[in-house]
Ligand binder design. Sequence first.
Ligand code: AHG
Ligand code: MN
Ligand code: MN
Length: 336
Amino acid sequence: MANQGAVTIERHIIEQQQDFPEATGDFSALLYDIAFAAKMISREVNKAGLVDILGLTGRENVQGEQVQKLDEFANEIIFKAMDHTGRLCCLASEEEDDIIPIPKEFKTGKYVLLHDPLDGSSNIDANVSIGTIFSIQRKISSGERGTIEDCLQPGSRQVAAGYIIYGSSTMLVYTAGKGVFGFTLDPSVGEFLLSHRDIKEPKRGKIYSCNEGNYNKWDDNLRRYIDYLKSDRNANGKPYKSRYIGSLVADFHRNLLYGGVFLYPADAASKNGKLRLLYEANPLAFIAEQAGGYASNGRERILDIQPESLHQRTPLIIGSYEDVKEAERFIAGEQE
Ligand code: AHG
Ligand code: MN
Ligand code: MN
């Protein structure tokens, strides 16, 4: 029995559920549905480079079907894996303007799924790691079908959150509020196997990750912070390493394991960030905090922000606890 020690994601979810005798199993099944969708997306992502070789011409494939963009495809896979299960009351996705209702013919359930189906999609053609990010909230509206009210809940109310990274291997990382667990897809058996138990992020990192091409658009305090990280008067006594992939999931994942700070700050002029609160910042903030890290918009805790609209953007500073807190002090002008 060579595989006796291998913990599949299914077994892990069942074991976790034993701590909640009142659980109906819906939540565990929902996580399992996500893992299934992730495997389907992973398969397509791995084939992406073969599209031209396999005779797909222009925007049509061999069956004469339109070739979809991978992010639309991923969006559809997730919806199809979820629409009929009776576990969700509605969904929201970075790819769709409005909330996504459950079709009338199917039953609804007590959870909401908010997701970025494919994150870092501009990197696909260069074979750079990309990801999927998800957030699960509990339904709070009183009607049978979900409403926007169910989607616009602060991140602190998330029931679970996670991401899948399609990298040198495919990994699923998630939290349900009791630590962070990572699973690596074994493609030979098609199972996610527990590979990272109770992930903890170092309190202080040695890496900073941001698009420094935007340096001239940032305000002085933020520029002072970046200058400080590059100097040897910082808390580590030597310059931080700069690492920026441009795929949030991949940048976040590396920093989660090694320690570090990721920043996508606001421009001084617009005061707005690029990343989306509901599909990107909230789920990753939940994971960061569960791993002992922190996430801020520069002034307040990401998880405390009351969302006002589905596609709301936010500045995001996330990663090692001491680093994010220090960034906040610089932004407030309390440290130079
Ligand atoms: P998405 O592909 O879902 O639209 O997200 C892209 C995001 C994120 O993955 C990354 O951190 C950021 O855009 C990179 O932005 P810049 O190219 O401005 O650095
Ligand atoms: Mn994204
Ligand atoms: Mn996306």
